[in-house]
Unconditional design. Structure first.
Length: 475
């Protein structure tokens, strides 16, 4: 008998689908200026989208903003050598968007295969349930801003504050629901939320070219953002959107929630007086938001004659990340933590024992029943408890470093077809600095490109460091 292996590595797994929908829009824009320093701008747009039901298909969204260049309007600034440019601006805008795929108003049937059909052609209803009254997501934003230029615009400053309210928020990939319903997820308008923030950008040239040809340019930008879920679908307290990410009423969104341990209200973990193991919380614990509150970026360049050294750095903070790889390391016994106590029994750090309801004393001598696999691979002690692997997602990254050289024009005079030439060495993501609490991986890398973020594991592409060389020619 002859056996053949017809499977091959690298074969493409392809599929095909066809969708059809119609989207039309009518747009108007108006700008009025007064003496070249006061400007009023307004716009309006109406869209018709066949992906929505007939009563929701047409939606209108306007905007209006006003700007005032006060350095041109006020005589005081005419010959001012310090503030050479200044503008105040403010505006309000409404934006509507339809982000879900066609045929998202009711469940569809796909060709079924396998049990119970066997080789018989049949159809099976999809595992997603849809709300037939889906509405476009609507965001109303208000913004005020200030732009300043100093010392003949050698230094510039831009600031803006904004407030946004979003209603009928859409979850494109769906929320998780109980399989007992006959479906696994749902496409709905989840609710409403508020968002506010601040953005500041400072640019300048602390040192300009002088007799030695040295120039230093510097740019700094900072943004602060805070949001909150105001209401959820049918008054629900929270909605799961994948990978332990939740939308929780009156909390930033999304947030991480999962299994954790009981505490005494002062940050001390409650342990069992007999086993020394931490006591599992009866409800899921909210660990924090997965989007950063603070982002600080710095870019700078130094030029000397024909050489330029440039770099970009970034700092983020105010969010958390769950590193699923940590639980795998603990389970297999290769993590740093599992070896810290020589795999012997130990007193759980920063723990207390409840001696009577609401009364706690520091734990100084009750050790864990085991320091080996029973603890580190335990479903209720380490491996199976999300809290053990949630850390700060803060980081400092050197996003890019480069050194370039512009070939002097006199060196190219003998080459008629090349007018300019430059070369550069470039490195990206060269350095990353994280808190000691996160020994796992880059917090920007996530398990999925869908709704979830702030959650990573073994089944993802690892962070990369890139080195490159560029050559540019002008002919």
């Amino acid at each position: 008998m002859k056996l053949e292996n017809r499977s091959r590595a690298g074969d493409a797994n392809v599929s095909e689908n066809n969708t059809k929908y119609r989207r039309e829009g009518l747009f108007g824009d108006l700008t009025i200026g007064y003496k070249n320093y006061l400007f009023l701008h307004a716009s309006g747009r109406n869209d018709w989208d066949s992906r929505l039901s007939q009563k929701n298909r047409s939606f209108f969204y306007p905007s209006v903003d006003l700007s005032w260049v006060f350095t041109d309007a006020l005589p005081f600034f005419k010959d001012n050598k310090i503030i050479t440019y200044g503008k105040l601006r403010g505006g309000i805008a409404k934006v509507s968007a339809v982000q879900f795929a066609p045929y998202s108003l009711q469940s569809t049937f796909d060709v079924g295969g396998g049990f119970p059909y066997g080789n018989t052609v049949g159809y099976s209803v999809g595992n997603t349930v849809y709300a037939p009254d889906l509405k476009p997501e609507q965001t109303v934003s208000k913004e005020i801003g200030l732009e300043l230029g100093f010392l003949n615009n050698r230094i510039s400053l831009e600031t803006a504050a904004y407030w946004e309210t979003t209603s009928d928020q859409e979850i494109i990939k769906g929320i998780n629901i109980s399989n007992a319903t006959g479906f696994t997820n749902a496409i709905i308008n989840t609710g409403s939320g508020k968002n506010h923030g601040l953005e500041v950008t400072l640019k300048g040239s602390p040192i300009l070219s002088n007799n030695n040809g040295f120039t230093w340019n510097l740019g700094v930008n900072y943004s602060y953002n805070q949001n909150k879920a105001i209401s959820l679908y049918q008054g629900l307290p929270n909605l799961s959107i994948d990978n332990d990410n939740y939308i929780v009423k009156d909390q930033p969104y999304p947030v991480l929630m999962g299994k954790g341990f009981e505490t005494d209200g002062h940050g001390h973990t409650v342990v069992d007086a007999t086993s020394g193991y931490p006591v599992l919380s009866q409800t899921n614990i909210l660990f924090g938001q997965t989007t950063p509150k603070n982002i600080l970026g710095v870019n700078t360049s130094f030029s000397y004659h024909h050489f330029t050294l440039a770099g970009v750095a970034e700092y983020r903070s105010g969010s958390v990340v769950y590193s699923g790889a940590g639980s795998t390391f603990d389970f297999s016994g290769i993590s740093y933590g599992s070896a810290t106590n020589g795999r012997e029994r130990f007193v759980y750090p920063n723990s207390v024992i409840e001696t009577s309801p609401g009364v706690y004393v520091p734990n100084t001598n009750v050790t864990t029943n085991s320091g080996g696999i029973d603890y580190w691979a335990g479903a209720t002690t380490r491996y199976g408890v999300m809290q053990n692997y949630v850390t700060s997602a803060a980081f400092i990254k050197i996003r890019e470093l480069s050194i370039g050289y512009d070939v002097p024009a006199e060196y190219l005079r003998g080459i008629k077809f090349i007018k300019r030439a430059s070369f550069a060495l470039v490195g990206r993501n060269l350095f990353m600095f994280r808190p000691k609490s996160n020994p796992y991986t880059d917090p920007e890398f996530n398990n999925t490109l869908d709704n979830a973020q702030g959650s990573n594991g073994l089944n993802q592409t690892p962070p990369t460091r890139i080195y490159g060389f560029t050559a540019s020619f002008t002919l």
